[in-house]
Design a protein around this ligand. Structure first.
Ligand SMILES: Cc1cc2nc3c(=O)[nH]c(=O)nc-3n(C[C@H](O)[C@H](O)[C@H](O)COP(=O)(O)O)c2cc1C
Length: 371
């Protein structure tokens, strides 16, 4: 092996193929001055900008300005307080806390999680202590943090969502609400709010009326066409969309006598779902004028850049946190450094570069940054 490597690197033929020698200039031909001139005319690379001078702020409207576009996704960072020893939470762009319901929930039967190729399947079942306990236990701490905390809200009826939103409204420490509408609407035969434009709009509008808090609504990927649903939610008064929640799936248990998870179904997350998330963000950003925050398989800077390119104004990191809780803060630094290296004073120039050019100029945040 060693001998082979030595032979390859020392071979003059290989070196010639890689860097062919320039053809010899006949003595009577002048030196190619014009070509030399042209090469010096090339636009100069922009001067690098110190990372600390890059503007990473994200204005989601209704007074909610995130310090940077890297958030942590609901269900993967607890209530934030659990990570205080390992992560400087105040360096995050935002925290979406665990799904919160009106009453406490014990969650689904075990097993609740399993690893899958490129991701994981979970069926936690929204285990949480209920909205009143969440406010009592965590809001005072959140109020001391710089990082905005968004409470992820789930429910079984429009009334549930509205009541949780009312209780969160005006509580110091709560910067906004993210509606998880991938929940069965018990009054409508268990059909998920998120898969029907009418139901998604109804719950969004009802919560909008119940609170002045910034309102983000989370899209489900488990639909044939996201566009009418995204439009309906935006028209119903959401301030921003987040996309995507997990993809519905199952795993088979040992002995192959039944599905593995106690709840049979689970939600697929992690790098495996990134292409689906990219597609949904790409489609949603083209039909709404409110900002879209991307979620799905973000593990490294390239993922962040990809989601910004398809029109997202920010990303949430989820499953990657289980492997390394420091990933989101590292991504903040890497994004600032990348912008600085490219001579950008704002990360916004990265948004929407992979979207088709639009004829009309969008009016709101997010896609307005299209080149
Ligand atoms: C263990 C676990 C629990 C989750 N709980 C919630 C939840 O309570 N509410 C919610 O809206 N999304 C929840 N999600 C979905 C994530 O917020 C995110 O949308 C999804 O995992 C895709 O992102 P990722 O691939 O980066 O993990 C959960 C995901 C995981 C893995």
């Amino acid at each position: 092996m060693k001998a082979k490597r030595r032979a390859v690197t020392s071979s003059p033929r290989v070196a010639d193929q890689k860097y062919p020698a320039p053809p010899k200039r006949p003595a009577n031909r002048p030196a190619p001055a014009a070509r030399v001139q042209a090469s010096t005319d090339r636009p100069e690379a922009p001067a690098p900008v110190p990372a600390m001078d890059v503007d990473l702020t994200v204005d989601l409207g209704r007074g909610l300005v995130l310090p940077n576009p890297i958030l942590v996704a609901s269900g993967t960072f607890g209530y934030g307080v659990e990570y205080g020893d390992v992560v400087d939470v105040d360096r995050l762009g935002g925290i979406c806390c665990k799904g919160t319901t009106l009453k406490a929930r014990i969650g689904n039967p075990t097993p609740r999680v399993t690893e899958t190729p490129g991701g994981m399947l979970n069926s936690i079942g929204l285990q949480n202590p209920g909205v009143d306990a969440v406010i009592e236990r965590y809001a005072a701490t959140w109020a001391t943090w710089k990082v905005p905390v968004l409470v992820n809200v789930a429910g079984e009826s429009v009334r549930d969502y509205v009541e949780v939103a009312r209780r969160l409204d005006g509580v110091p420490g709560i910067a906004g609400i993210e509606l998880n509408i991938s929940c069965p609407n018990v009054g409508a035969g268990g059909l998920q709010f998120a898969i029907d434009a009418g139901a998604a709009a109804e719950v969004t509008a009802a919560v909008r009326r119940a609170t002045d808090l910034p309102l983000l609504v989370k899209l489900s990927p488990n639909v044939a066409d996201i566009r009418p649903i995204a439009r309906a939610i935006a028209d119903a008064g959401a301030d921003a969309l987040t996309a995507i929640n997990t993809l519905s799936g199952i795993a088979v248990g040992p002995g192959r006598t039944r599905p593995l998870l106690g709840n049979i179904y689970g939600g697929l997350s992690g790098p495996a779902i990134k292409p689906v998330a990219l597609r949904i963000v790409y489609e949603a950003t083209q039909v709404v004028k409110i900002p879209v925050i991307a979620i799905g398989g973000v593990t490294e800077l390239a993922d962040v850049l990809d989601f910004l390119a398809v029109g997202a104004v920010a990303v949430q990191v989820g499953t990657a946190i289980f492997a390394d809780p420091t990933v989101p803060v590292r991504l903040v630094d890497e994004l600032a450094a990348e912008c600085g290296r490219r001579g950008m004073t704002s990360y916004r120039d990265l948004i929407g570069t992979a979207l088709p050019k639009r004829t009309e100029r969008p009016s709101a945040k997010g896609v307005e940054y299209l080149p």
